[in-house]
Structure formats: C-alpha cells, structure tokens
Design a protein around this ligand. Structure first.
Ligand SMILES: N[C@@H](CCC(=O)N[C@@H](CS)C(=O)NCC(=O)O)C(=O)O
Length: 215
C-alpha cells in the first residue's frame, strides 16, 4: 500500500493531487507542522530533514516532493514528457521553479502565521519576500498568457504547484494576474484535485489575504 505522510495544504498536497491524477490508491497519514511531530525520531526515519512530504511506495520511502513527482511520472510513465525530449527541460524547470517560489511562500507563512510573538517578525524581510514572490508570479503570468497549462498539455508540473496555488494570492493581490488566476481555477477544478482536497484538506490559511504589517 502506498502511504503519503501529509500536512493539509502543505507541499504534500502536490503529491496527493498527482497520486489522485494517477489513480494510485493511497493511505494518508497526517502530521502536524507544530508541536515537534516532525522532529520525532519516527518521522525523521522517513524524512531526515524532518520535512513533509514523505512517500512510502514500491517498497521504499522517498522524501523531497520534486523527487517524488519525478519518480511517480517515471515509474507510472504518465503526465510528463519523456527524458531526452525537448519538453523535458521545461518540465524539469517548472518543478524547480515551484520550489523556488515555495521557499518564498514558506518564509511568508512563517512570518505571517507561525512566528510569535508578532514583534519577532522582520517587516523588511516580509516586504522583500513579497516583492520576490511577485516577481515569480509575473514570470508565470507571462508564460501562462494564451495557454491552459505550463506545458502543452496538463502535466505533473502543474501538480507541483498544488501548494503554491493556494498560497500565492494570500500575499500578492490577484489584480494584474488574470492568466495565473485562470490557471489556478482551471487546475483546482480538476476532479483529481477536488478529490485530493476532500481526502487531505485544502488550506492552512485562516485569512484570504495577509497584508504587510506597517513598519
Ligand atoms: N524541498 C522540500 C521542502 C519540504 C518542506 O519544507 N516542507 C514543509 C511543509 S510545506 C515542512 O515540512 N516544514 C516543516 C519545517 O520546516 O520544520 C520538498 O519539496 O519536499
């Protein structure tokens, strides 16, 4: 049985969505981002840096969402251009781009949601990361204008943004990003995405939008 180690709305949502697209029967084990769960020896035996996701599959455990997504597309031979083809480079670029953007989102999540007391937050850093997020979104907006998916067809590269899609418009307003908004709506309307949300939970956010604090 395939087992996904998961936190609702986190990077494991990428993998859960892809598993649903692939029709892979999966058991979900849910962990908490707070309270030290991910630092436990039990979890670190699965994911040595104590990070979500980890996937038990085909008799092994894989950590790092990008590696999991590549492994699934290679072993299930679906939802990615074959190695050696021209579109493969674009596929790999988008997998890594998703993680570049996710690291910015993670910094914003820490500052806006997790770091307490609020006086511990760095407003200059939050401002910088918000600008850096907007740059990644502008690049996606330009790419997605006039196309439905990141590649010529829907692929696992789109799934790799499963965590990012829910997060990016919490920190940067939608205005000015019509193609990016339409792509997220199109992706989130897919039946496999909706099943992933039903099974795994959608969001870690209590607010639609997080304003930058004054300062
Ligand atoms: N590059 C890793 C990043 C994993 C990661 O940072 N996951 C977050 C959840 S979205 C996490 O486990 N955070 C816990 C922590 O930072 O302590 C991947 O893509 O799997």
């Amino acid at each position: 049985m395939t087992i996904l180690h998961h936190v609702p709305g986190s990077r494991s949502h990428r993998v859960l969505w892809l598993l649903e697209e692939l029709g892979e029967e999966t058991e979900i084990r849910t962990w908490s981002l707070t309270g030290g769960d991910l630092r436990s020896p039990e979890f670190r035996a699965l994911s040595p840096a104590g990070r979500i996701p980890a996937l038990q599959i085909d008799g092994q455990v894989i950590f790092e969402s990008g590696a999991i997504v590549q492994y699934l597309t290679e072993t299930r031979a679906r939802l990615a251009p074959a190695p050696g083809t021209a579109e493969r480079a674009a596929f790999l670029e988008w997998l890594s781009f998703a993680e570049t953007q996710a690291n910015i989102l993670q910094a914003l999540n820490i500052h806006h949601i997790f770091l307490r007391p609020e006086s511990a937050r760095s407003v200059p850093l939050m401002t910088l990361e918000t600008k850096r997020l907007a740059v990644t979104m502008q690049a996606m907006e330009a790419h997605l204008t006039g196309r439905d998916w990141l590649l010529d067809e829907f692929s696992a590269a789109d799934c790799m943004f499963g965590f990012n899609m829910d997060a990016m418009f919490r920190f940067v307003p939608r205005a000015g990003f019509p193609a990016l908004s339409a792509w997220t709506a199109r992706a989130q309307a897919r039946p496999a995405h909706q099943r992933a949300v039903e099974k795994g939970g959608a969001s870690m956010y209590a607010q639609d939008f997080y304003e930058l604090p004054d300062g």
